[in-house]
Design a protein. Structure first.
Lengths: 277, 361, 383
């Protein structure tokens, strides 16, 4: 089955990109910001940071940023501020076949000016070696911006880069062919309660035997009796009860919660004993 | 026995914000933090925060701690912060016991704000007890607090914000993330995060789950598989990845054990992360003068945790008689900010959850 | 749920289960046990699950001797293979002062006369038996090697299995809302899941037995008070015997998988149905145990909880038919010893209900004793 929608891939497609690019006319004017923020989340630093009012005012903190390209100067302040690293500065106004892309980069070390790096697509795929022509925001709280020199026809396709000196990492597909026959079914039953070492198989057996609450299962398996007091196992057990058709988690009694909320020694307790209340 | 007006449990974003607002109103505060330093999860958050200016958007979490702590100084009320202080119980007579740097102390507060945050959920799959299977919180702690690389090749289980952010941080630390998988049919976290790790070459596979961790004495491989509409594995799609870390980031649940021990009423509300204590508009639970704020009141972002903390701080102080002319206005603006933060599509889950909890009618 | 039954038992704690199993073994057919939550979730699942034959009054010695012998053969009797983890490491009971030591001498004489092999020990002899005990806090001790403790959850499981094998219906999550009477006789039970007609109803509701009796218009001179327990992290075997002190107000055992379990009550607390925990218990218990057993100071406490003691004024049970409602039987007021007495309770109550000659004379355990001055000698060997 293929899962190719934006919310399944995280990859902006033609539909998303159609909402964030300037007209042919505006592109020739100078650098501009491409804000690849297509989901309403509570976040507004970009609009607050723009001194040119080039990002349309928000109705509320969840509004999507829309650029007024007539006002945008491509100053890149927003790109250094955006917590989502979703803003790119494109300049295709100069004559010739090449333009520049300024992208936010939070990995260490930063590249050096003049260095050749491998340009990457939105999926992180290699596109071609390109040159780093500038680096800004190296100090301070803003995100560093790296400027790449790119062919104009690739300005909207390239959104990252990697160092050429890095070893080629085998792609996911390569090392997944090997063992598709792993014998999952014969593996030991997974641990559900780590404190007491109770397995999923034990829990399922107890449910089958008529234990239909977290507390009954706790009594007979000890799941939840350890120092973490069920933080690991409680919800897994409730999930198993639901799978077994016992009921909905919403309706299940959660079982007991017992003090103390942290482990403490008898010696500590004895010394702290002011029974003056 | 120590008498305090307001006891706050947990010095994360919610607890620190609560302390600030309560002390601003003139209420003395004792703030207890289990860890050796304050900040809660903020101390691991090397990424920039979303939200708006009021919640320090675009500032990195690690720097927000200092801002929040700085605000608690020089206020009409005194804020005393004790670290290495684990609260053991809120007992029926109102006494709270705590292990403070190894000594058991008893505290008798007039009001309590529980801001204990959340705990991580986990999964039951064969091999889940092999060294190399981590919760995302542990990976963040190792890397961002202690500077220790958890491994070299990681399978991230969970494409919510935590899974995406921790994947990104792993890459920043020079660790290869082999894949991010999620059983849901869409990426749960913010898509800007997803796009960010996609362009670093990391595949995100929705509708996939981890079937097993393989290895003799530690994780050597992970078996992943696509699942069908009934959430059953489609065996032909099984893949084996060479990894030494399986990072489980399948969500958080409110850490409200102290409240349940004390008898607070709770509901299981899936969109809020599991069992969650009921509370009113002022963040007060069903127990008189016991308030909640932050993830313990339902899993959300740090931005809303801070606002909830402020609201609880103002409300608890007011209940104890510490008011300023601005008190009601302040509560209103906190509620308005929370409505704003939860207004968008990504706030839909939390709105549903809060409606189920009876907070919004 | 069935509409009629020969016997309805209220409460699927160890007592109710044992009564049901014994009645069924004697051929009673339609038995229903009504349980508010699930079997063993009341005092049974919350108790220390110790069993001892070292008592100060004869009847308790005989009842518990019956129970020890029963538990020694529990799998044959119940016809299943549930491991109830009966650990017979003995009870070492410490006397706090001379007065208690004097009583202990009498107790041992009584116990020996009834065939219970207990012995009176000096503090030094107690030290040999339990090296981590600081014997400067005791004046004397007694010991019986056949005493011990069980896993209460597993014991419940064994009885539940036996009950199901015998065709008993256990109705979980069922709350008794009323008890029907016709002409001074009990005729049925009302519940939130429906009504059952039955000529015989047994009140085995532990902490809630007084409330159940009231539903039948019966007065039951019992009261409930919480007792508390804490459990530590598991450690290597250190202590084989249960240690107990009456004046010292403690019982402490190490259960087979490693944790120490210790508990007590507080006579200053109000009598009510609370099962909450207190910080004061943690304090007081920690002070006592670290004084008596300093080595345990480093043990971490994992959890604390409480359960209800259902008390009578002479700390001995009530086995009787309610005078106010014929056919309504009480098996309650165990005063903290319901778990260990359960096999005897099952046997004796079944005999009482069926009009058989009792295996042990329990005529003195009737409800009438609280009316006049027929009270039994107070059992002082109680924590």
């Amino acid at each position: 089955m293929s899962y190719d929608k934006f919310e399944q891939t995280g990859l902006a497609g033609p539909h998303e990109m159609s909402t964030c690019l300037p007209s042919e006319e505006q592109r020739k004017k100078g650098p501009y910001a491409v804000i690849e923020c297509f989901e309403e989340i509570p976040c507004n630093p970009c609009v607050m940071s723009c001194t040119f009012d080039a990002i349309l005012p928000f109705e509320d903190v969840n509004s999507l940023p829309l650029v007024d390209f007539d006002k945008c100067t491509g100053c890149a302040v927003c790109a250094g501020i955006c917590p989502g690293l979703a803003i790119f500065i494109v300049d295709e106004s100069k004559p010739g076949d090449f333009g520049t892309l300024r992208l936010p980069y939070e990995y260490w070390p930063l590249p050096e000016k003049g260095q050749t790096v491998m340009a990457l697509s939105r999926e992180g795929g290699d596109v071609e070696p390109v040159e780093v022509v500038a680096i800004s925001n190296v100090k301070g709280a803003r995100t560093p911006l790296v400027t790449l020199r790119l062919p104009k026809d690739k300005l909207q396709d390239i959104r990252g880069f990697r160092f050429l000196s890095e070893e080629e990492q085998a792609a996911l597909k390569d090392d997944t062919e090997a063992e598709k026959t792993a014998d999952i079914e014969s593996l030991e039953s997974p641990i559900v309660c780590r404190c007491e070492g109770v397995t999923l198989a034990e829990i399922r057996d107890l449910i089958a035997a008529g234990c239909h609450t977290v507390e009954e299962i706790k009594h007979l398996s000890r799941a939840g009796m350890g120092p973490c007091q069920g933080r690991t196992c409680r919800q897994i057990i409730m999930g198993e009860l639901m799978r077994a058709g016992i009921g909905k988690t919403e309706d299940m009694p959660p079982g007991s919660f017992r003090p103390p909320g942290g482990t403490v020694t008898l010696g500590q307790l004895a010394e702290g004993g002011d029974s003056d209340a | 026995m120590r008498d305090v007006p307001l006891l706050i449990i947990g010095a994360g974003p919610a607890g620190l914000s609560a302390a600030y607002r309560a002390a601003e109103a003139g209420c003395d505060v004792l703030l207890l933090e289990r860890a050796k330093k304050i900040g809660g999860q903020l101390v691991k958050q090397t990424h920039k925060f979303f939200g708006s200016e009021k919640q320090f958007a675009s500032t990195r979490g690690i720097h927000i701690v200092d801002i929040l702590a700085g605000r608690t100084k020089d206020l009409p009320g005194k804020v005393e912060i004790l670290t290495d202080a684990t609260v053991l119980g809120i007992y029926e007579d109102g006494v709270v016991t705590a292990d403070i740097a190894g000594t058991i102390e008893k505290i008798r507060p007039q009001a309590v704000i529980v801001a204990t945050g959340a705990y991580e959920r986990t999964l039951a799959f064969p091999g889940n007890d092999l060294p190399g299977v981590y919760g995302a919180g542990a990976v963040q702690t190792l890397m961002n607090e202690y500077g220790i690389k958890p491994g070299d090749q990681v399978l991230m289980v969970g494409a919510g914000n935590i899974g995406l952010i921790v994947s990104y941080q792993l890459m920043q630390a020079g660790v290869k993330v082999k894949a991010v998988i999620d059983a849901a049919d869409r990426i749960g976290g913010y898509l800007v995060h997803a796009s960010k790790i996609r362009r670093a070459g990391v595949p995100i596979l929705v509708r996939h789950t981890v079937e097993a961790a393989l290895g003799d004495s530690e994780v050597e491989q992970a078996v992943i598989v696509e699942i069908d509409d009934e959430w059953q594995p489609i065996k032909e799609t099984r893949q084996v990845l060479d990894v030494d870390v399986i990072c489980v980031a399948v969500g958080l649940s409110p850490l409200a054990d102290l409240l349940y021990q004390a008898g607070a009423k709770s509901f299981y509300i899936s969109p809020l992360g599991g069992h969650v204590p009921l509370r009113d508009q002022n963040m007060m639970t069903t127990l008189e003068n016991i308030y909640i704020a932050g993830d313990v009141a339902g899993i959300e972002e740090a931005s809303s945790a801070m606002v909830e903390g402020e609201l609880a701080g103002v409300a608890a102080a007011q209940k104890l008689g510490y008011e300023t002319p601005d008190t009601d206005q302040l509560k209103e603006s906190c509620l308005a900010e929370l409505r704003q933060l939860r207004a968008g599509p990504t706030g839909g889950k939390i709105r549903t959850g809060l409606a189920l909890a009876g907070v919004y009618s | 749920m069935r509409k009629t039954a020969d016997v309805v038992i209220i409460g699927a704690g160890i007592s109710g289960l044992a009564i049901g199993v014994h009645l069924a073994k004697k051929g009673v057919k339609d038995i229903v046990i009504l349980e508010k939550t699930f079997p063993g979730n009341g005092a049974t699942g919350r108790c220390g699950a110790g069993i001892r034959m070292q008592w100060g009054v004869e009847l308790n010695c005989l009842l518990s001797k019956f129970s020890v012998e029963y538990f020694e053969n529990v799998n044959e009797i119940l016809k299943n293979d549930v491991d109830v983890e009966f650990w017979q490491g003995g009870y070492l009971i410490g006397a706090k002062d001379e007065l208690e030591a004097e009583q202990f001498r009498k107790n041992v004489t009584l116990q020996n006369s009834l065939g219970i092999e207990s012995s009176y020990l000096s503090p030094e002899e107690a030290k040999d038996m339990m090296p981590h005990l600081d014997v400067s806090h005791i004046k004397a001790a007694t010991f019986c090697g056949r005493d011990g403790h069980l896993n209460p959850f597993k014991t419940v499981e064994a009885f539940v299995k036996a009950a199901m094998d015998l065709g008993i219906d256990i109705e979980k999550n069922t709350i008794v809302t009323g008890i029907e009477k016709t002409g001074g006789r009990v005729s049925g039970v009302k519940t939130d899941k429906g009504d059952i007609k039955a000529p015989i109803v047994v009140n085995a509701a532990g902490g809630w037995s007084k409330q159940m009796a009231e539903l039948a218009g019966a007065d039951l001179p019992v009261y409930s008070r919480r007792h508390q327990i804490l459990v530590t992290e598991p450690v290597e075997p250190l202590q084989s015997a249960m240690f107990m002190g009456f004046g010292l107000n403690i019982y402490i055992q190490q259960v087979p998988h490693g944790p120490f379990i210790m508990g007590r009550g507080d006579a200053d607390e109000p009598t009510d149905l609370r099962m909450t925990s207190s910080w004061k218990f943690l304090n007081d218990m920690a002070e006592t145990v670290t004084t008596l057993m300093p080595r345990l100071a480093r043990l971490k406490v994992v959890r604390q909880w409480a359960g209800l003691y259902n008390m009578t004024s002479d700390a001995q049970p009530i086995y009787d038919e309610a005078p106010e409602a014929k056919g309504f039987y009480h098996a309650c007021g165990f005063s903290g010893h319901g778990f260990m007495l359960a096999p005897a309770t099952g046997q004796l109550m079944s005999e009482l209900i069926l009009g058989e000659t009792p295996s042990i004379d329990i005529s003195s355990l009737g409800i009438d004793r609280f009316k006049g001055d027929m009270l039994l000698p107070l059992e002082s060997s109680v924590v």
